[in-house]
Design a protein around this ligand. Structure first.
Ligand code: GEK
Length: 242
């Protein structure tokens, strides 16, 4: 049973900056599914990607794992391959819920959830590193060193999966995508007030960049290529191979 997200259905101000606290963790599946167009497909495709790119006896990282949806999809895609899946998040509320949920599912016992800052954590012997809508919450000036660290921690032919909300250089395209995203939220049951309050809360917390910015950074880190494998409005997912 997922709890319905009504956190921003309030006329009481001022709206506080967004935090991944217990209130958010408690409604997170509903929040992300109704807010991020294409999210369920992004998650289910992680099973396919894991099946294809996981290397035997390697590590697989899910950075900013929230409640572990990505880690669990990866686990399902591995079938008989032996890998260590490591889900990392710096929100105690998220990691506590991950550990509570995992004890109910013995089949996901190969996932290790860690409470830690992805800027501090070591990445090594990785065949896959997933950052599903996480880099956008990392300060801009820390993003290149994080992508560099991921590149260094990947095995030869290892892949980074990077999903992000993006901006567009073209003003008309940018406005169109933002409007359509707003309509998706409305269609999914959010009221105008909730949408406006959440936008205020996320300002300066979620910092999107253009696809070019991401591709340039990925290239600078040393990846041979980065391919957009999914795009839904202003949300994309890239695969970059070492
Ligand atoms: C999913 N990937 O369901 N260190 C660790 N975790 C962080 C950091 C950091 N420096 N910064 C942010 N986070 C998930 C969804 S949500 C995306 C990811 C969203 C964590 C933060 O605590 C949150 O759980 C997650 O990154 C971002 O596929 O809510 O739009």
């Amino acid at each position: 049973m997922t709890n319905k997200d009504t956190l921003y259905r309030t006329t009481e101000g001022p709206i506080k900056p967004f935090q991944f606290n217990q209130h958010v963790a408690d409604v997170f599946p509903d929040m992300i599914e109704r807010s991020v167009p294409g999210y369920p497909l992004t998650i289910s495709m992680l099973s396919v990607i894991a099946g294809q790119y996981a290397q035997e006896n390697s590590n697989i990282y899910d950075l900013g794992c929230s409640l572990g949806a990505g880690s669990m999809a990866i686990q399902q895609g591995l079938k008989t391959k032996m890998c260590k899946i490591i889900g990392i998040d710096n929100s105690p509320a998220m990691i506590n819920l991950c550990n509570k949920n995992i004890s109910q599912y013995t089949k996901v016992n190969k996932i290790h959830f860690e409470l830690s800052d992805i800027l501090q954590t070591t990445i090594k012997d990785a065949s896959i590193v997933v950052m599903n809508f996480t880099l956008q919450f990392v300060p801009l000036d820390k993003r290149l060193s994080l992508i560099n660290k991921i590149y260094e921690g990947l095995l030869p032919s290892g892949v980074l999966i990077l999903s992000e909300k993006i901006l567009f250089d073209d003003e008309i395209e940018n406005n169109t995508m933002q409007k359509l995203h707003h309509h998706v939220k409305e269609f999914n049951g959010y009221e105008q007030l909730e949408i406006a309050n959440k936008r205020d809360a996320l300002e300066k917390i979620l910092i999107p960049e253009t696809l070019n910015n991401h591709q340039d950074r990925i290239k600078k880190a040393g990846f041979e290529n980065s391919i957009t494998w999914l795009k839904c409005l202003n949300f994309v997912s890239l695969i970059a191979q070492k």
